[in-house]
Design a protein around this ligand. Structure first.
Ligand code: ADP
Ligand code: MG
Length: 465
C-alpha cells in the first residue's frame, strides 16, 4: 500500500468545488488594479481600501509560491467586510490554488478530535499539482451500435472510431454506453475517451459531416478528424489537495467518503506515507506543491488547544497560508481564564500579520446597498435608498442589507416592483435590529428564560468550559 498512492484526480474535479451563494454572492474579487491599488468600487467590493490592498499583497505572495506557514488576521467590528474580503481573495486565487473556508466552531465535532479537524482543514488547503501520462482514445465516430438484452438491464455494443490514418472497433460495456449516451455521441462526432477514468468528452463534429445536417444548433463546433493513432498517450496536469489524497488512500474510507463528506479520522501513519510519496514525486519532477489558503472565520471560537496546535502546524513545511477573522476586542481565550487581544493567545498573535477593518462611511454603505439591490434584483426608490443608508448607519450594514429582500416582499404585496420608503419602514417595524432587541429584553424584565445579562461574573464563569 505504501507505494500505491492514488490521486483519483479525474473523478474529483466535479465534487470539490462548491458555488457559494447568499450574503456574499456579489463579491467577485478584491477589485484591485494591476498595481494592487484598490478601485473605489469594482468586482462587488467597495471601500475598505487598506485591508483590500493588504489582502492583495498577501495573495501576490501566495501566487508566487513564496509564502507558506504564515498567518494573517482580519480584526474589526461586525459587518465590516472581513468575510467578504476573504471570499474576494478566494475568487482572485483562481481554481488551481486551494482555498478552504471553515468557521472555527466547525472544529468541535463528536466524530473527530479538534486537532484532526484542523489537520484536515490544513491539508485541504495544500494543493499537489501532478503531471501524469494517461492513455486516451481520440477520433471520429464512424458508427455506434448498441444491443440491449431482453430485459434492458445490460447493454453491449461496438464503437467504430477512425482517424485519418486508421480505423478501430472497440467493444462497449454498459457503463461506457451510458457515458456515450449521456454525451449524446453520434456518428460524425469527434470524441476523446480517457482510458483510466472512462470519461468521454465531445470535441466537436467532423468537418466531413458538416453538410449532412441542416438543422444543427448554432453552437455546433466543427473540428478536423484527428490524425495518427487512435490511442495516444498524453500528459495531463491536475491539482488535488493533500486531504483528497489522504481520503482516497485511506482503506476504511475510500473515494466515496468524499461525496458523503464523512471522512472520519485518518491515521497519522497514512499521512506520513503520503507525505513521503509526495516528496518523492517532487524530486522526480512529477509533482509540485501549491500552498493554498485556509480561512478560519470567527477564529476566537477556537480554544487554547487548537491555538497551540495551529502555532505548531504553521511551522510545518507543508503548511498553507492561514487567514483568520475575529470581531472581538480584548476577549477571553476559550479554555482559559485569560484575556487577550482578539481572543487569540499572544504567542500566536506574534506570528500573525494583523489587518484591521473599519466601519464604512455613509457613501460606501450606499454603494454596497446599491450593489446588493442589483444582486437580489430589487428596485429601490431613490429616497428609499437614502433611508436605508441612514438605517444602516444607526443599526448595522448587515441589518440594512437584510431589509432589502424584506422590503421587496412587502412591496410585492401591494403589487409593486419598487421598494418605497414605506415598505422599508414596515420591514423595520417587523424586524428588530440588535439595539432594539436589547432594549426590548430590558423592557421584558426577566420574563424570558435563562437571563443572566446583569451578572457579568456569572456569564464569564459559564463559558469557561
Ligand atoms: N467592502 C465591501 N464591499 C461590498 N460588500 C461588502 C463589503 N464589506 C462587507 N460587505 C457585505 O456586507 C455584509 C457584511 O459583511 P461581512 O463580510 O459578513 O462582515 P464581517 O465578516 O466583518 O462581520 C456582507 O453581505 C458583505 O458581503
Ligand atoms: Mg464574518
Amino acid at each position: 500500500m505504501a507505494t500505491q498512492i492514488s490521486t483519483g484526480a479525474s473523478e474529483l474535479r466535479d465534487i470539490t468545488k462548491m458555488e457559494r451563494i447568499g450574503a456574499h454572492s456579489h463579491i467577485r474579487g478584491l477589485g484591485l488594479d494591476d498595481r494592487l491599488e484598490p478601485r473605489t468600487s469594482s468586482q462587488g467590493m467597495v471601500g475598505q481600501a487598506k485591508a483590500r490592498k493588504a489582502a492583495g499583497m498577501i495573495l501576490k505572495m501566495v501566487q508566487e509560491g513564496r509564502i507558506a506557514g504564515r498567518a494573517m488576521l482580519f480584526a474589526g467590528p461586525p459587518s465590516t467586510g472581513k468575510t467578504a474580503i476573504a471570499l474576494g481573495m478566494a475568487q482572485t486565487l483562481g481554481p488551481d490554488v486551494p482555498f478552504t473556508m471553515i468557521a472555527a466552531s466547525e472544529v468541535f465535532s463528536l466524530s473527530m478530535s479538534k486537532t484532526e479537524a484542523l489537520t484536515q482543514a490544513l491539508r485541504r488547503s495544500i494543493g499537489v499539482r501532478i503531471r501524469e501520462e494517461t492513455e486516451i482514445i481520440e477520433g471520429e465516430v464512424v458508427e455506434m451500435q448498441v444491443d440491449r438484452s431482453l430485459t434492458g438491464a445490460t447493454k453491449t455494443g461496438k464503437l467504430t472510431i477512425k482517424t485519418t490514418d486508421m480505423e478501430t472497433v472497440y467493444d462497449l460495456g454498459t457503463k461506457m454506453i451510458d457515458a456515450l449516451t449521456k454525451e449524446k455521441v453520434t456518428a460524425g462526432d469527434v470524441i476523446a475517451i480517457d482510458k483510466t477514468s472512462g470519461k468521454v468528452s465531445k470535441l466537436g463534429r467532423s468537418f466531413a459531416r458538416s453538410r449532412d445536417y441542416d438543422a444543427m444548433g448554432a453552437d455546433t463546433r466543427f473540428v478536423q478528424c484527428p490524425e495518427g493513432e487512435v490511442q495516444k498517450r498524453r500528459e495531463v496536469v491536475h491539482t488535488v489537495s493533500l486531504h483528497e489524497i489522504d481520503v482516497i488512500n485511506s482503506r476504511t474510507q475510500g473515494f466515496l467518503a468524499l461525496f458523503a463528506g464523512d471522512t472520519g479520522e485518518i491515521k497519522p501513519e497514512l499521512r506520513d506515507q503520503i507525505n513521503t510519496k509526495v516528496a518523492e514525486w517532487r524530486e522526480e519532477g512529477k509533482a509540485e506543491i501549491i500552498p493554498g489558503v485556509l480561512f478560519i472565520d470567527e477564529v476566537h471560537m477556537l480554544d487554547i488547544e487548537c491555538f497551540s496546535f495551529l502555532n505548531r502546524a504553521l511551522e510545518n513545511e507543508l503548511s498553507p497560508l492561514v487567514i483568520m477573522a475575529s470581531n472581538r476586542g480584548m476577549a477571553r481565550i476559550r479554555g482559559t481564564k485569560f484575556r487577550s487581544p482578539h481572543g487569540l493567545p499572544v504567542d500566536l498573535l506574534d506570528r500573525v500579520l494583523i489587518v484591521s477593518t473599519q466601519p464604512y462611511s455613509p457613501e460606501e454603505i450606499q454603494e454596497i446597498i446599491k450593489i446588493r439591490c442589483e444582486e437580489e434584483d430589487v428596485t429601490l426608490a431613490e429616497n428609499a435608498l437614502a433611508v436605508l443608508t441612514s438605517m444602516a448607519g444607526q443599526t448595522t450594514l448587515r441589518y440594512a442589507l437584510n431589509l432589502i429582500s424584506c422590503g421587496q416582499v412587502i412591496a410585492r404585496k401591494r403589487k409593486s416592483d419598487r421598494v418605497e420608503v414605506d415598505d422599508l419602514r414596515r420591514a423595520y417595524t417587523y424586524f428588530m435590529d440588535e439595539k432594539r432587541s436589547v432594549q426590548w429584553l430590558k423592557e421584558q424584565q426577566g420574563s424570558l428564560m435563562f437571563e443572566e445579562v446583569e451578572d457579568e461574573q456569572a456569564t464569564n464563569a459559564m463559558d469557561v468550559n
